[in-house]
Design a protein around this ligand. Structure first.
Ligand code: G4P
Length: 529
């Protein structure tokens, strides 16, 4: 491809992920987006969701289904003039560090909020991660076909809890049984809701003007109340500002029902217009801009054993500049080695296909035989290391014990590799020979135990351990740091990358230590290196 072609293609890319609390409607809205993207013909048929919700112990069954879940982990579809790349963030029990790291690979996010429940825990956590890079956020308030809270109350909650200004783009006309549609505050148009069009692309019935005769006919006795409400909303809410949105300080808000496939199209239309093109990315040495010709990409996720018949691991790379073409020679920066990649995969139309030409904002997959790690950078020759692909402090901890003590070596090797892959984090306390594993989602433990047995032939069990969190510690003052290390000895450990980590037993202990040692930095994230 010529540099002009690369630049042109790159400008069409919209790479994003959906953040939400389980059950807010992420799967349902994803399905509707795929419907608009023509990746599927009718919604409601892709997943028997009810059956698919798995308990953590269903890992074996999940393993068998993995082919499906993996191909859906990156979905590319065309919409209007854009090419949309939607990255799945595992949502339910399979919540893991991958979920966080996917957010480092996207240029923007769509937040789905349940209109009745408002802002929930998982959303708060995911927003914290988005904050690290000031990721621009679209908001979809869902389930307006049910009784919801007052829309203004939901916006207030988003503003105060998530600390981001809301700019409603449309406003719901009623909710639950009385849901009539949404009114676009900028185009003065009512989009009329018709029940029962959720499985297809619905008709877009529009009424121009809130005080028109047709509007009165639709809204009946409530027409004047709605008109008054909209006046109030206009007065009280923020006007949408593209710059503020792109800076991550303001979110445009859309109302609708994902199940009824209503409001999704309006949101998607504005999304492809406003959501950022691939953005510049920082490396340790310089800023890489998406339209520069030489190829560069980083690994944000490694998924193992996608095909149980092969030892098939796929490293997912986010392209940051240039273009990938089949068979090209690449520089694996961490190893300082040249590799030829002839069989990269892309994720079009739910199928893994050979990647022909992928550009910045696209995701490609490399087959990995154990040499690729999370955070690795690939280029056409330049030695670069992308930053901002962090480890996140785990929130759950277990002590891992072998059933057969003679297998210590295998266990250590297995844990080392799994931690390099990002499946789990490992900590070795200074005061004893324990091995502690840390995760952000409970399923990670199960996956690790299963893979240790399957791939490394070690049987292990977990025991509870009294650790509240992990903080990577640093200090510029060597003398103070030595003092700190002596005092904190009982709770210090090294992680899989030999970084010193403080493992506080309680939240209070952590707060006290931070207060007592102002010169020591207690970091909740650590860069991959
Ligand atoms: P998730 O991926 O965020 O976890 O949510 P998902 O799309 O699976 O939606 C969770 C439940 O909410 C589903 O019900 C789904 O049909 C329903 N839902 C999603 N969007 C809407 C909406 O706009 N209106 C209404 N009324 N319901 C919606 P389910 O499969 O029956 O599961 P469950 O209710 O037993 O959890």
């Amino acid at each position: 491809m010529t540099p002009q072609e690369i630049a042109l293609k790159t400008s069409t890319r919209r790479c994003f992920a959906i953040i939400s609390h389980p059950d807010a409607g992420k799967t349902t809205i994803t399905e509707k987006l795929l419907l608009f993207g023509k990746l599927i013909q009718s919604a409601g048929s892709v997943k028997g969701k009810r059956n698919e919700k798995h308990a953590t112990s269903d890992w074996m069954a999940m393993e068998q289904q993995r082919g499906i879940s993996v191909t859906s982990s990156v979905m590319q579809f065309p919409y209007n003039d854009a090419t949309v790349n939607l990255l799945d963030t595992p949502g339910h029990e399979d919540f893991s560090e991958d979920t966080y790291r996917v957010l480092t690979a996207v240029d923007s996010a769509l937040m789905v909020v349940d209109g009745a429940k408002g802002v929930e825990d998982r959303t708060i956590k995911l927003m914290e991660v988005c904050r690290l890079r000031d990721t621009p956020i679209f908001t979809f308030v869902n389930k307006l076909d049910r009784d919801t809270r007052e829309p203004i109350e939901v916006l207030d909650e988003i503003e105060t809890v998530l600390n981001i200004r809301c700019a409603p783009i449309n406003w719901p006309l009623g909710n639950g049984k009385g849901f009539k549609g949404v009114y676009n505050l900028y185009t003065d148009t009512i989009h009329v809701y018709h029940h029962g069009q959720g499985t297809r692309i619905p008709d877009d019935v529009q009424i121009q003007g809130l005080r028109s005769a047709e509007a009165k006919a639709l809204l009946g006795a409530y027409a004047d109340d709605f008109a008054d409400e909209i006046e109030l909303v206009r007065g009280a809410s923020n006007e949408f500002d593209l710059g503020e949105y792109l800076a991550g300080r303001m979110t445009p808000v859309f109302f609708g029902t994902a199940l009824g496939n209503f409001g999704v199209r309006e949101m998607l239309n504005d999304f492809v217009k406003w959501a950022p093109q691939p953005r510049a990315r920082e490396t340790e040495s310089r800023t890489v801009t998406p339209k520069e010709a030489p190829f560069s990409a980083f690994v944000f996720k490694i998924q193992a054993n996608m095909d149980p018949n092969h030892r098939d691991r796929i490293a997912f790379l986010r392209i940051c500049s240039g273009a990938y073409s089949k068979g090209m020679k690449l520089h694996h920066c961490r190893l300082g080695k040249e590799v030829r990649i002839s069989d990269a995969v892309t994720f079009m139309a739910g199928e893994r296909e050979q990647a022909e030409n992928a550009v910045s904002g696209d995701i490609i997959g490399f087959h990995n035989h154990g040499t690729i790690q999370i955070g690795d950078t690939f280029t056409e020759g330049e030695s670069l290391q992308f930053t901002g692909i962090p480890h996140f402090a785990p929130e759950l901890f277990r002590r891992i014990r072998l059933k057969d003590p003679l297998k210590t070596k295998q266990l250590q090797k297995g844990l080392k590799q799994l931690s390099e892959e990002g499946s789990v984090q490992v900590f070795m306390p200074q005061r004893n020979n324990d091995l502690i594993v840390g995760a952000v989602g409970v399923l990670q433990f199960e996956v690790v135990a299963y893979r240790l047995k399957d791939e490394y032939k070690v049987d292990c069990i977990y025991e509870p351990v009294n650790i509240y969190s992990a903080r990577w510690v640093e200090c510029d003052d060597a003398k103070k740091f030595e003092e700190f290390k002596k005092k904190a000895y009982e709770n210090l450990a090294v992680d899989g990358g030999d970084h010193l980590t403080y493992l506080p037993p309680t939240r209070v202990n952590l707060a006290l230590m931070e207060e007592r040692w102002p010169d020591v930095r207690f970091r909740a994230t650590r860069e991959h290196r």
